[in-house]
Design a protein around this ligand. Structure first.
Ligand SMILES: NC(=O)C1=CN([C@@H]2O[C@H](COP(=O)(O)OP(=O)(O)OC[C@H]3O[C@@H](n4cnc5c(N)ncnc54)[C@H](O)[C@@H]3O)[C@@H](O)[C@H]2O)C=CC1
Ligand SMILES: O=C([O-])CC(=O)C(=O)O
Length: 315
């Protein structure tokens, strides 16, 4: 009897793609094919071989290969798309849209051709809009085209709360809704530390500082790095989502999901709480929101709609 190992394709062998590839291999979630453009053929092969040579030391049995030929992603079970340019200090993620939409279309066409049954996780920015382009271009069902933002945004929120309280990150569970931009909606009312609502542990001004820092968390890293954007925490977030799907864990995780009426929105990809399992996004969890929370979410959705509007005429 032959056993089919789970096959990942990671498209974009830059900072986020290579970090995610290594984390997938270290967790032995499956084998990884790293893909980048032809001019990056040798560096991509080199990065893959270098990672593979860590396997005897770290004792993982995942294979990692590098390529610029999409034929090598044939029948991948999951495709993680990180292809595209990152922003520079002073830029918003939305300013990447024209360049990255073209890249996303090209990548999505290849995924459709070579890995038609795959689950797709999209990272490239502006990620809500890029997930939409991927969905429209592949024509895959909505449960199989998923964007990453909320796991990362929640991780940042949890980091800041844990620092402020001086408690373990393991006990903090924040909750972030909306688009992956400065108007994202960290919801304090649904956030806890050790099961205790955060507003019982921190003052209102402390909470507001954490909310603001979370909203601008990507920019904080962009400014500190000076070149490129965050990659360790984004890669870890992708891998947590991938693991939920590969192991059919039915995790409750925020995903960028295609909405058809949920939270009152239509034909948009937006960050919402979901159940992630073997069928990808198995459901969207709809929560009651107070008026001011819904208004914040509307503002965030409006920002995503503004980016989507011109794209909808093309894709
Ligand atoms: N959604 C999120 O939470 C996050 C999104 N991002 C986004 O992810 C993207 C990638 O970020 P990094 O890995 O840091 O950038 P990077 O510049 O290190 O890597 C991007 C890679 O994509 C490749 N690429 C470009 N066009 C391609 C194509 N047509 N086919 C295949 N590969 C192609 C480039 O050659 C490069 O190696 C950016 O758009 C960034 O803004 C980054 C962090 C978090
Ligand atoms: O800020 C960026 O450009 C990259 C990103 O999305 C993040 O780190 O949240």
């Amino acid at each position: 009897m032959s056993f089919k190992r789970y096959k990942f394709a990671v498209v974009g062998a830059g900072y986020t793609g290579t970090t995610a590839a290594l984390m997938i291999a270290q967790k032995e979630l499956g084998d990884v094919v790293l893909v980048d453009i032809p001019s990056m053929k040798n560096p991509t092969k080199g990065k893959a071989l270098d990672m593979l040579e860590a396997s005897p030391v770290q004792k993982f049995d995942s294979n990692i290969t590098g390529t610029s030929d999409y034929k090598d992603i044939q029948d991948a079970d999951m495709v993680i798309i990180t292809a595209g340019i990152p922003r520079k200090p002073g830029m918003s993620r939305d300013e990447l849209v024209e360049t990255n939409a073209k890249i996303m279309k090209d990548v999505s066409e290849n995924v459709k051709k070579y890995a038609p049954d795959s689950y797709i996780l999209v990272l490239s920015n502006p990620v809500d809009a890029m997930t939409y382009v991927c969905y429209k271009t592949t024509g895959f069902p909505k449960n199989r085209v998923i964007g990453q933002s909320g796991v990362l945004d929640t991780a940042r929120f949890n980091t800041f709360v844990s620092q402020e309280l001086g408690v373990s990150v393991e006990d903090v569970s924040g909750f972030v809704l909306g688009g992956h931009g400065d108007s994202m909606v960290p919801l304090v009312r649904y956030s806890y530390a050790g099961g205790i609502p955060l507003d019982k542990l921190l003052r209102e001004d402390q909470l507001q500082d954490i909310v603001e820092r979370t909203r601008k968390g990507g920019g904080e890293i962009v400014n500190l790095l000076g070149q490129g954007s965050a990659y360790y925490a984004p890669a870890a977030s992708l891998v947590e989502m991938a693991e939920a799907i590969v192991k059919d864990k039915k995790r409750i995780l925020p995903s960028i999901a295609y909405l058809e009426g949920e939270y009152g929105y239509e034909d948009i990809y937006l960050g919402v709480p979901t159940i992630l399992g073997g069928n990808g996004i198995e459901s969207v969890i709809e929560l009651p929101l107070k008026d001011e929370e819904k208004s914040s979410l509307d503002r965030s959705a409006d920002a995503v709609k503004d980016v989507l509007r011109p794209l909808k005429e093309i894709y």
